[in-house]
Design a protein. Structure first.
Length: 282
């Protein structure tokens, strides 16, 4: 992956980042995804990335206690067994005190019954979620509003390329990104639901009911304020081929920098996708 590293990034202290993984729901190779996320972030010259990998599913989790306070950014790439109460409390404290977090694709399937986690991610899917978990976010008259209709929490139609539409062009993550760009074939999550509080939808995509989608504009890039902390939530990135999309790469890099620091210093690369053409990197 060819990355241009600026003098600014070389002079700034690296952003200490912790990727939390170790279990997945079986439909995603989240361990391989963690390695790719590490490569993407470290390729900017802005991040130093360590891993915190949980015990395997069904094993003793009592000793799984990542030190969130030692980092400026937590990348949440986990969907599995509940964490110990001490570990959950540590993440809540970290975020309330101003931590940064990134949530990627199926990580928003985790912890359907953990109140604070669902407030951090805004909306999520599967994991037992239904109308009791909170509303959908729906685009109505140009605004995103909570809609509390009954129904499942989380679904997607057949994977396909889809156009991503920028909704908050003034947000630091989105400044300079085209109004529309084409993402490679990927699962387009729909019908996500949750507390849906303090959420800004940065970008969305229209699902296709002909391929099993909701027929609605669905959030694909979001930010969430939780306590003094910042969360960047991307529903893209089902697997390694999807993570090769330049749009996924750049929005992840920019979203991670924003979550950790509240600003974005990275420029939009020349190979960013257009509305008509996808772009990928090796």
């Amino acid at each position: 992956m060819a990355i241009s590293i600026s003098a600014t990034s070389l002079s700034a202290a690296p952003i200490k980042t912790l990727i939390v993984d170790g279990q997945s729901n079986g439909a995603h190779n989240m361990s391989a995804g963690s390695g790719e996320i590490k490569r993407i972030l470290e390729g900017t010259g802005l991040f130093t990335v360590a891993m915190a990998t949980s015990p395997a599913k069904g094993q003793d989790m009592s000793g799984f206690k990542p030190d969130f306070s030692a980092c400026s950014l937590v990348v949440f790439n986990y969907d599995g067994d509940p964490w110990p109460a001490e570990t959950r409390a540590a993440l809540v404290k970290y975020m309330q005190n101003g931590g940064g977090m990134v949530v990627v694709h199926s990580a928003d399937n985790a912890f359907g019954n953990w109140k604070e986690f669902n407030e951090m991610i805004g909306v999520g899917g599967w994991g037992g979620r239904n109308e009791k978990s909170g509303p959908y976010l729906r685009l109505r008259d140009g605004k995103w509003v909570p809609v509390g209709e009954p129904g499942r929490g989380g679904s997607h139609g057949k994977a396909r390329p889809y156009v991503v539409t920028t909704r908050e062009p003034g947000h630091p993550v989105m400044q300079g990104i085209p109004a529309e760009w084409l993402h490679v074939s990927d699962e387009l999550y729909d019908r996500l639901r949750g507390p849906a509080r303090n959420v800004s939808v940065l970008a969305s995509a229209m699902t296709d009911p002909k391929t099993g989608g909701s027929g609605e504009e669905e959030p694909v890039l979001m930010t969430i304020a939780y306590g003094q902390g910042r969360v960047f939530h991307s529903t893209m990135g089902h697997g390694l081929p999807q993570m090769k999309c330049v749009g996924f790469i750049v929005t992840l890099q920019r979203g991670a920098e924003w979550a950790a620091t509240g600003k974005v210093t990275q420029k939009i690369p020349a190979d960013f996708p257009s509305a008509a053409e996808t772009k990928t990197r090796p």
